[in-house]
Design a protein around this ligand. Structure first.
Ligand SMILES: NC(=O)c1ccc[n+]([C@@H]2O[C@H](COP(=O)([O-])OP(=O)(O)OC[C@H]3O[C@@H](n4cnc5c(N)ncnc54)[C@H](OP(=O)(O)O)[C@@H]3O)[C@@H](O)[C@H]2O)c1
Length: 227
């Protein structure tokens, strides 16, 4: 039987790079996202249209999938709104999508009885803070949850995170040209990360990294935040 990987947001950006990488490995792939209009892999991947801000119904969603071996919590949003003009509704959806949904997915996937690996897509913003303060806070909390769940599952589930600096995807469209240029000056190679570079790291953590790497967050920031 094929190994099953659930990738949230596997239709675009970093998630799409992940989907392609797992297709090459011949895994059974389930992608959860809201819009598959421009997705080229609908015949090779199980596509579930779902808005992950609907956290309450995630148990039913996961129950319909069968055993999930690997969960990749990749879907996320960044609004880049000023902290003092951030509508309550946006705070709520940010908290639900970037934080509550990944946590609920971990719990529900583990209940399917087969989950051995989880990778959470956090951000360097978890450490540096971010002009979108709710984005940075949700990512910091996701890093913290990665540590907590590694201990909770006691090695039965290996759970790690990645913390990329800016990656060349649609998410960067909300950042100003000035902020993007300033970032490029702060990294060694003078460019954003590619989705493939992040995906490669996530696939390694999802498949063959040693079990001694658990509760860890791997930095992918090209020297912009060395620690
Ligand atoms: N790009 C960066 O600079 C960067 C840096 C560090 C970390 N990250 C993290 O990497 C992850 C992927 O981001 P990306 O750069 O690939 O951005 P992206 O191209 O904008 O992709 C975001 C993904 O999340 C899905 N998504 C958004 N809202 C959703 C919702 N309510 N329900 C279900 N799915 C939803 C989107 O699919 P639909 O729109 O079809 O729903 C899409 O697949 C995010 O968690 C992000 O925070 C990105």
């Amino acid at each position: 039987m094929k190994t099953t990987v659930l990738i949230t947001g596997g239709n675009k950006g970093i998630g799409l790079a992940l989907t392609k990488a797992f297709l090459a490995l011949e895994y059974r792939i389930i992608v959860v996202a809201r819009n598959f209009t421009d997705f080229a892999y609908e015949n090779e991947v199980e596509c579930l249209e779902y808005d992950l801000t609907d956290v309450e119904n995630i148990p039913q969603l996961v129950a319909s999938m069968g055993k999930i071996d690997i969960l990749i919590n990749n879907a996320g949003a960044m609004y880049s709104l000023p902290y003092n003009d951030y509508p309550r509704e946006r705070v709520n959806s940010m908290l639900k999508l970037n934080l509550e949904a990944p946590i609920k997915l971990i719990e529900e996937c583990v209940k399917t009885g087969g989950t051995t690996r989880v990778v959470n897509n956090a951000s360097v913003a978890a450490y540096t803070g971010h002009p979108d303060i709710w984005y940075g806070m949700t990512k910091a909390a996701l890093v913290n949850a990665t540590k907590s769940f590694a201990k909770i599952y006691q090695g039965n589930v290996i759970i790690n995170a990645v913390a990329p600096s800016p990656v060349d995807t649609d998410m960067q469209k909300v950042n100003t040209p000035e902020r993007k240029e300033a970032f490029k000056k702060s990294v060694i190679t003078g460019r954003f990360a590619t989705a493939d570079e992040v995906a490669k790291t996530i696939v390694w953590l999802a498949t063959e990294s040693p079990e001694y790497i658990n509760g860890t967050t791997v930095d992918i920031n090209n020297g912009s935040y060395m620690r």
